[in-house]
Write a protein that binds this ligand. Sequence first.
Ligand SMILES: [Zn+2]
Length: 147
Amino acid sequence: MHEWSVADAVIRTVINWAEENHVKEVTKVKLGIPSYSFLEVDILKEAFDMMKKDSVLDHAELEIVIKEPTFVCKNCGYEFSSNDVKDQLDTVRSEFGEEYPLHLMPALAPSFLKCPKCGSHDIIVKSQDITIDGIEVKESGTAETVS
Ligand SMILES: [Zn+2]
């Protein structure tokens, strides 16, 4: 039930933010979650909708953006995304199918990927946090975006 504690943390954060900024009504919360966080988006939204009641978030919609992992080469320091190694990933994918292991465990990257710059397999996954990427509020009829 990790989703419920994430929803709880997000709601608390936004409520605190709203109080500090004298915001009466939040209309949307944009949440960025790492693709490998194993969070169920549907459950997260359900938890958010259940827990937001009777707060400034009562009418707020939760928008979730999945963040693709970023890799760092320990040999040359090059940073790249899964998009930069798409051809390598396609090879892995054709070998293992859609449920290829890297999709589930980016930490396995060194076993399957090499740095697109220097060719080293000494690759680590850059840690990513769950982030609140934007809050939209309703103030005298107009919505504004705050990040
Ligand atoms: Zn490299």
